[in-house]
Each structure stands twice: as structure tokens, then as C-alpha cells.
Design a protein around this ligand. Structure first.
Ligand SMILES: Nc1nc2c(ncn2[C@@H]2O[C@H](COP(=O)(O)OP(=O)(O)OP(=O)(O)O)[C@@H](O)[C@H]2O)c(=O)[nH]1
Ligand SMILES: [Mg+2]
Length: 351
């Protein structure tokens, strides 16, 4: 899973990046400077892996990972016709979801917080960037048509639907269905990406949030005390946990953000385990066993015979695989089986 951290200048993107990835990237002083991008790979905490590791004693234990990228680039003042920087777009196009940091603390340069205004400024920039892509593509198709190239009427029809939404200042997020048509996938529209709002609260006292955020009309959100979380993220886990208890925090932001992103993207985890490796994988909810095999290895997908599946909880209760088998908890599933969160899967395949 790849997540892009975006937001207006000085909202705390790099602070949050450091908090989520235990990095120590340079945060800005109070002059807006172009820095970054900052990149980091983080392991997804997975409490079920240790048991699998104990069962199989593998050479390697591998968690799923999240890639974070912290990019500058948004100014909140873009007008139609102004292009977002090419570099910014290249970094942000491939992400699966956006983590939108919204400032809710007093900033010496940017002043009093205005979370709703900031959210709408960022959204507008994403919409304008997409509008430009759609218009360019439609122009291109029109020019080619004049030269006698037919092109795809379906593409034009779908692009026009996008155009209509963007021109009305609406993001493409609700149009997921048409964006999933193969001809549309390559565009990677920014305003279509699922977005998690991360309200960056001051350390002093949590500021109340506007109703439009708390009732989730703006989409899913989390609150984070960026500066504090960044300091916690630099500590060894035990010390961080001690501090969290003192502060009354229930979970570290880095875990909450990953969990929220899994929900946002509809991702679940499944496991493979043997003497070589115990490993957690992520996949979209509703995926088939065949698809899961392909995530592990293309050979497994090509040569798929069947999947032997046991739910993690059953395996843990039974104590081991043989025990689970004896109790009839190991199932033989075909390629159309829908993978469930926590499935431990042994793929049988032949190439
Ligand atoms: N009071 C307070 N200040 C914060 C918080 N988070 C970040 N800051 C400060 O805000 C300033 C900007 O933080 P950065 O994390 O660099 O913000 P950024 O969004 O990466 O900034 P650019 O990359 O310049 O757009 C720094 O001086 C931070 O110390 C917070 O939660 N509370
Ligand atoms: Mg920064």
C-alpha cells in the first residue's frame, strides 16, 4: 500500500511523516521552502505473525509494508490554467490513497487555523490538476479525429462525464465505477483517490473541530497531535508506550493511520507460512484465492490447483495445522473462493 501525505504549506506534513515512519526528515522553519520528497517504508504491525512464526520456525518473518511519500507542491492558491509541478504529480500519481494533513494549530506565518477552508483549497487544487488532464486528453482526441483516427467513443463519453463533475468543482472520488473501466485506469486522477483527513492538533489543547469534519461529511478523519507523535516515534517502543499511558493515548498515530487506510481502501490481510517464511500479505476485500495466489507469486496463479485454507483464529485455537486438520478446520478451496481477513493459505500449484 502506498500513501501520499499532502496538505498546504506548513500544515505539518513532514512532522506527520516523521511521526508515521519514525524518520527524522527536516521540518520547515517558518519560511515555506521546497523540500522533499521524503520517502519511507514502514512495516504494518501484525499481532498474528508471531504465532505463525512460532509454529513454523521459519528463516524469515515478513510483515506487509506501507510506503509513505511526503511531497510539497500544493500552495492552495492555484487558479485554472496553472499546472501543478510535474515532479509533484509524478510522486503522487502512483499512490493508493491520500493522507491529507489539515492544520488546526496557530502558525506564525499562516495564522489562525481554518480547517474547512484548507480542505477545500487542497481539494480545488486536485480538481484543477485533473481538469487539466481531462481537457488535454479530449483536445488530443479531437485533433487525432481530424487526422482520421477514430479513437474510442467510450473514452470520450467517460471523460466528458469526468469533465462535467470537475467543472462543477466536484472531485472524481464518487465516480469510482467509471474510473475502474480499463480505458480510464491509466489516468490516476488525483481527486479520485481515497482520502483520509488527518487533523493536526496543537500540543497545548485540542481545538474543537467543525461539525462538517466530525460528522464525516468530508470523509473519514483522524485527529493527531503531530509534534507529540513525532517525538513519541523517535523513542524506543517501551518508552513510547509508557508516555502514551501517561498521556492517556490509546494507540500511536502510526498504527491508527495504517488501520484507517486499510478500511479506506478495503484491504484485508492473509498469511502464508512454512519453514522458509511466515508472511503477511494485503489484498482487496472480495478478492479470490486465485488473485491471492498471484499476489504471492505469478507462478502460483498460473499453476493454481487449489488452496488449503484455515482461519487464523481456528489455527491458533487448534494449536497447529495437524490439530486444525483433525478438527476439520482446514478447508480445500478452489480458485473462486473469496479470501477472508486472517486466512492462512497454503497454495497448491504446478507449473
Ligand atoms: N504548534 C504546532 N506546531 C506544529 C505542529 N506540527 C507541525 N508544527 C510546526 O509547523 C511547522 C511546519 O511543520 P512541517 O512539518 O515542516 O510542515 P510541512 O507541511 O511539511 O511544511 P512544508 O513542507 O513547508 O509545506 C514547523 O515549525 C512545525 O514545528 C503541531 O502539531 N503543533
Ligand atoms: Mg515539509
Amino acid at each position: 500500500m502506498r500513501l501520499g501525505i499532502i496538505g498546504l504549506p506548513g500544515c505539518g506534513k513532514t512532522t506527520v511523516f516523521n511521526a508515521l515512519t519514525s524518520s527524522s526528515a527536516q521540518v520547515s522553519d517558518f519560511s515555506a521552502v521546497e523540500r522533499g520528497p521524503n520517502l519511507a517504508v514502514v512495516k504494518v504491525p501484525e499481532p498474528r505473525l508471531p504465532f505463525l512464526a512460532k509454529l513454523y520456525n521459519p528463516k524469515k518473518v515478513t510483515e506487509a509494508t506501507v510506503d509513505y511519500v511526503d511531497v510539497g507542491g500544493l500552495t492552495g492558491t492555484a487558479q485554472k490554467g496553472e499546472e501543478l509541478g510535474e515532479a509533484f504529480l509524478n510522486h503522487i500519481r502512483p499512490v493508493d490513497a491520500l493522507v491529507h494533513v489539515v492544520r488546526n494549530f496557530q502558525h506564525p506565518l499562516h495564522g489562525t487555523p481554518d480547517p474547512l477552508g484548507d480542505i477545500s483549497r487542497v481539494e480545488t487544487e486536485l480538481i484543477l490538476a485533473d481538469l487539466l488532464v481531462v481537457e488535454k486528453r479530449l483536445e488530443r482526441i479531437a485533433t487525432e479525429r481530424k487526422k482520421g483516427k477514430k479513437g474510442s467513443p467510450e473514452e470520450v463519453r467517460l471523460l466528458e462525464q469526468c469533465l462535467e463533475s470537475l467543472e462543477a468543482s466536484n472531485p472524481l472520488r464518487p465516480l469510482a465505477e467509471i474510473l475502474d473501466v480499463p480505458i480510464m485506469r491509466g489516468f490516476s486522477f488525483l481527486s479520485a483517490k481515497p482520502m483520509l483527513i488527518l487533523v493536526n492538533q496543537p500540543e497545548e489543547d485540542l481545538q474543537p473541530l467543525p461539525k462538517e469534519i466530525t460528522d464525516s461529511t468530508m470523509g473519514p478523519y483522524l485527529e493527531i497531535v503531530g509534534k507529540l507523535e513525532m517525538e513519541l516515534a523517535q523513542l524506543p517502543l517501551e518508552e513510547a508506550v509508557e508516555f502514551m499511558e501517561e498521556l492517556g493515548l490509546e494507540a500511536l498515530a502510526r498504527e491508527q493511520v495504517i488501520q484507517a487506510s486499510f478500511r479506506l481502501l478495503g484491504l484485508i490481510s492473509f498469511f502464508t507460512a512454512n519453514e522458509q517464511e511466515a508472511r503477511a500479505w494485503t489484498i482487496k476485500e472480495g478478492s479470490t484465492a486465485l488473485r491471492a495466489a498471484g499476489v504471492v507469486h505469478t507462478d502460483m496463479e498460473r499453476g493454481f490447483i487449489r488452496a488449503e485454507v484455515v482461519a487464523y483464529d481456528d489455527l491458533e485455537k487448534a494449536g497447529n495445522y495437524a490439530g486444525a486438520q483433525k478438527q476439520g478446520l482446514v478447508r480445500l478451496e478452489g480458485k473462486d473462493y473469496i479470501v477472508q481477513d486472517g486466512d492462512v493459505i497454503f497454495f497448491r500449484f504446478k507449473v
